[in-house]
Each structure stands twice: as C-alpha cells, then as structure tokens.
Ligand binder design. Structure first.
Ligand SMILES: Cc1cc2nc3c(=O)[nH]c(=O)nc-3n(C[C@H](O)[C@H](O)[C@H](O)COP(=O)(O)O)c2cc1C
Length: 468
C-alpha cells in the first residue's frame, strides 16, 4: 500500500522523528512510504501553488497518511500548522476525506497528549479515519522495547487499512458563530498602578470582533496599554529546531530579524501580558504558534515568571478545551498566572464588555499582590519533566538552561531537600513494623496528626485580612 508521511520537523530529513519512519520503512518493504518534508519547506509550499498541489495529489493517491512530527510548544511546529491551515484555505480537504490517518510524534513527553489531541481532531475535521497514534520519548528507538512498540503501532495501522476498519470520531465538529460584537462605553477606568501592560494581538482587518475586544480592553485603563500586532514584527521564519541557542541563548536569527529584541523588551519586560487571537482550526493562528516556537531561544527557562497573563480570544474556545489546556499548562510551567480567558462566545456585547473589565481588574489586582496561583498537575508535572531532563539527558545541549536551573534552585530533587521530613518518614515506617504501634497510628492517631500542623497555623492567624 502507499502511505504518505507528512514530515513536521523543520530539520527535514535530519529529524529524529523521521528515523522512526525509516525504521518502519525498513521493516515493511512491501509498503511504499512516501515521505514529504512539510515544516522545513513551508515557505516554498505556501508560495508555490504547484508544490502544494503535488503534495495534495500524493495524499489523494495514497491509502493512508502518517502525520509524523516533533512536539513543538505543546503542539506541532508553526510551519506544519500553517500547512494544515492551507489545506482549509485552499479547499484541499477532499484529498484527505476517507483516508486512514495516524500520528507519530517524538518528544520528551511534555504535553504530547495535547499535540496528539490536535492532530486527531484535525483528522476528524478532515473526515479521515483516525487509527491509534504513537508518542515515544525521543530516545525510545534506541531501545529494543521502543522498537517493538513502534512495529506494533505500524502493523496496527497497516492492518486497519487492509481490513477497512470502521473508526469513530472523537472530536465534535466545531460550530462557528456569526455574532458581531459592538463595544460599549467604559464607565470605570482602571489604573494599572505603574505596572507595564502589553497587549499582543495578531488581529488582521477582517478580525473585527477581536480588534473591537482589544480596543475595549485597552480602553478600560486610564492609560491604554501598549499594543503590538504580530504582523508588524519582522519575523523571518519559524524555529528551525537547530538548538544553536542551547549554549548561551543565542538564536540563529540573532540580528537577522526583529523577534528577539521584541521578545526581550515587550514580553520579558512586561508585568502584565495580554495575548489576543482568533481560534484557527483547533488552536490559534500559525503566526501565534510561530511566536511561541521562536521563544525557544530562551530554552526551558521561564521567561514569563511571575507575570500576569490574560487571553482575549475570538471564536469557539469552549468547543476546543485542548487550547485552554495548552495555555494553562504552558503558563503554569512558566510560573506565570493566568488571570482569565475572555471570548466573544456568549454573544452578548454588554456581557463581553463586563468580562473584559473584569479581566483588567483581575490582572491589576493580581499584579499588585505579586500573585501566582498554585500550579495544578499540569505545571507541577511539566516542571518535573524539565527538571529531570535538564539535569540529565538534556544537560547537553541545553547548557544555558542547566546554569539557570542550578542558580535558581530548580534541581529540587526530593533526596536533596527536607532532611527532617525524610528522617521522620523513616522513623515512622520503622515504628509501623510493631503491630501495636501500627494499630495505634492507623486507627487512633492518623487523622489528628495529619491536621495538627494546619490547626496550629489557623490558631496563630491574627485578625481579619486587610483588603488590598
Ligand atoms: C522549539 C522546540 C519546542 C519543543 N517543544 C516540545 C514540547 O512542547 N514538548 C516536548 O515533549 N518536546 C518538545 N520539544 C522536543 C522535540 O519535540 C524533540 O526533541 C523531538 O524529538 C525532535 O524531533 P525532530 O528531530 O524530528 O525534529 C521541542 C523542541 C524544540 C526545538
């Protein structure tokens, strides 16, 4: 059978992901795997209609499609996302309809599930027949279990095609709205309290709701915050995944375009950041994706630490919970605080005005208090992946990250800290070996003892809090 492999790595053939594909190719010579570089050739694909059409023709004449990609910022790389946008913009959906599809990614397992949700949903949107994807840690192919798993995955995909298996859709079709937002007057303007507020939008002329929401939001401050449009920044291209930045955060684009200066000044220099965009397919635009990908010149260091972040989104955000999961996880790992997501989905202009006012109020209140809400599983888990990998197998090439993590106490392995807690646990475990003591602890003591330290804090707390 013929399988088209759409390569999402900006490194083209020199991609880790493609080694997985080549391994499959070698093990199944009876199948023709047509590999096409998408992310590395996106400029050409976008500019030259013929090149795009040739790819679509390959898809049309194949029995299945493998979306093969590296994880980039909890999704796919911006060029790959642009290709998916072009399928819709250029009306090429029919070539994908009814084809079997699967996803094969490599990553460090940092939000690989959100990238797979995305590709699965895109496949559903294209009326493809999605078969179980495969998401190994990037080094898994080096081990025999990794190789065996890969072959089971491939075999399963080929066999689904041969046997014409029926596949359910997992993601509901998105319903778009034609609601037109009309902003009202601001009655109570808010003082930013000398906090630097920067709004970044990718709104084009046609994004009327988004632009009006951004204007209304800015108008709710006594001094309107700075506004930067992503389209006005000279960005020469997407992240190339070259990792040249790994040693000292020097990007291959340094001095060649305006992104790095913009990011250092407007993003890293802000106290409050508001990201404004339109839902495009199952994420924001590929321009936004490029913005996030390019921030990789700072590696895995948190460039938005302790900042307040708000999202102003036009479009069906609540129909794509994967997007909020991505940004919640991302910001939690950054140790930034999300003050809210505001959309135009309620289809009531007065309510949207009120929601934008509340966002402004929340952002300033939290900024004044230097508040960052505790991370959930997304942030706690994500940071542990970074901590372990930067300490271990990613120490090289990410030398700058390692320096930062060491300096800022990020290597907080449990065996290094909390000696008192560890000794206490050891003693208690020893005591539980004695049946009488064990009984006393688990039946009479455990609830009281667990709550005791908290009760002490509550007891000691003095009078009512002063409101800020
Ligand atoms: C800009 C950039 C962003 C990345 N983002 C993620 C991520 O969000 N999650 C993850 O697990 N790995 C992430 N990675 C790691 C790559 O996905 C991983 O190294 C992959 O194996 C590279 O595959 P390739 O050689 O095929 O491009 C990122 C790497 C780069 C360069």
């Amino acid at each position: 059978m013929k399988i088209t492999v759409l390569n999402g790595s900006p490194k083209g053939d020199l991609s880790v992901t493609m080694q997985y594909v080549k391994f499959i190719e070698k093990k199944y010579p009876q199948h023709n795997l047509k590999k096409i570089n998408i992310a590395s050739a996106i400029k050409k694909i976008e500019k030259n209609g013929e090149v795009f059409n040739e790819i679509i023709e390959e898809v049309k004449t194949s029995d299945g499609v493998i979306w093969a990609f590296p994880l980039y910022y909890l999704l796919v790389q911006s060029g790959y996302k642009r290709f998916i946008e072009l399928i819709n913009i250029r009306g090429a959906e029919n070539a994908f309809k009814g084809k079997y599809a699967t996803a094969l990614s490599t990553s460090i397992h940092f939000f690989d599930h959100t990238a797979h949700n995305y590709i699965h949903a895109i496949s559903d949107d294209l009326d493809m027949r999605y078969i179980n994807g495969f998401s190994p840690e990037m080094h898994d192919l080096l081990k025999s279990e990794g190789q065996e798993g890969l072959l089971v995955f491939a075999e399963n995909f080929f066999s689904a095609i041969t046997n014409k298996l029926k596949t359910p859709k997992r993601f509901l079709e998105i319903k778009n709205s034609s609601f037109k937002y009309k902003s009202g007057k601001v009655t109570n303007k808010i003082d930013s309290n000398s906090k630097r507020v920067v709004v970044i939008s990718d709104g084009g002329k046609e994004d009327k709701n988004l632009n009006a929401m951004v204007d209304r939001f800015r108008g709710s401050f006594t001094t309107p915050p700075e506004l930067v449009n992503l389209n006005d920044i000279d960005i020469k291209g997407g992240c190339l995944g070259c990792c040249r930045c790994g040693y000292d955060n020097t990007c291959v684009y340094e001095g060649k375009d305006g992104y790095i200066d913009f990011y250092r000044d407007k993003v890293m220099g802000a106290d409050i950041l508001v990201f404004a965009g339109v839902v495009v397919d199952r994420y924001l635009s590929s321009d936004w994706k490029r913005f996030f990908d390019r921030s990789f010149f700072m590696g895995h260091t948190p460039t938005m630490k302790n900042k307040q972040v708000g999202f102003v989104i036009s479009g069906p955000l609540s129909q794509v919970p994967n997007i909020t999961e991505i940004f919640n996880g991302f910001m939690e790992c950054e140790s930034a605080n999300i003050a809210g997501f505001i959309t135009d989905e309620c289809e009531d202009s007065n309510d949207i005005d009120a929601h934008l006012d509340s966002l402004a109020e929340h952002l300033v209140r939290f900024a004044k208090a230097d508040y960052v809400s505790p991370a959930t599983f997304l942030g706690v888990g994500g940071r542990k992946i970074f901590r372990d990998d930067i300490w271990g197998k990613l120490r090289f090439p990410f030398v700058a990250d390692h320096k930062y993590y060491k300096k800022h106490g990020y290597f907080d392995f449990p065996h290094k800290k909390d000696w008192a807690g560890r000794i206490k646990s050891k003693v208690l475990v020893l005591l539980t070996k004695i049946p009488q003591i064990r009984k006393e602890i688990y039946i009479n003591k455990i609830k009281d003892e667990m709550v005791k330290p908290f009760m002490k804090v509550v007891e000691k707390a003095d009078g009512p809090a002063s409101s800020k």
